[in-house]
Write a protein that binds this ligand. Structure first.
Ligand code: 4NP
Length: 164
């Protein structure tokens, strides 16, 4: 069974599609595309069906990632059946997800940056929507760091399952 990872922010046009695109590329580069499924969603519905914000597309492109083909969707209750990891970009997203999650959800519901390298000192990916390009570059840097830690964690689960 593949491990299934869902990244969640507010609009699904800035932070979570960036994480979606970066993590999918890292998973593919590690040769794990058939054992790790990646998706993203927003807690809000304002941007459903839209491509990522142009500034997020541009920041991702500068890092070598193409997120332009992703389309926004809203997180749904059934996502808690479909995903082993539901990772929120900030505390407000996490609170909204906790309100939605079935009591019996036994996956990992938490903050994405819990997987970042220790010492980064940041627990939330800041919402870049109302700021400038530097905010989007910061989002990409935080996302790349946490994606590396997440990949190590999820890949290790795969080893455990194969050996067990
Ligand atoms: P995201 O950024 O949650 O990282 O996709 C935002 C996108 C849209 C809005 C807020 C944040 N908005 O208010 O429409």
């Amino acid at each position: 069974m593949p491990q299934r990872v869902l990244f969640v922010c507010l609009g699904n046009i800035c932070r979570s599609p960036t994480a979606h695109g970066v993590f999918a590329d890292m998973v593919a580069a590690a040769g794990l595309a058939s054992s790790i499924v990646v998706d993203s969603a927003g807690t809000g519905a304002w941007h459903v069906g839209e491509p990522p914000d142009q500034r997020a597309v541009q920041a991702a492109r500068a890092g070598g990632y193409d997120i332009s083909l992703l389309r926004a969707r809203q997180v749904q209750q059934v996502d808690f059946q479909a995903f082993d990891f539901v990772l929120a970009m900030d505390d407000a997203n996490l609170e909204a997800l906790r309100q939605m999650a079935p009591a019996e959800y036994d996956g990992h519901l938490g903050l994405f940056l819990d997987f970042a390298a220790p010492g980064s000192g940041q627990r939330e990916v800041p919402d870049p929507y109302s700021g400038g390009m530097d905010g989007f570059a910061q989002v990409l840097a935080l996302v790349e760091d946490a994606c590396r830690g997440l990949l190590a964690h999820v890949a290790a689960l795969g080893h455990t399952q194969r050996e067990g």
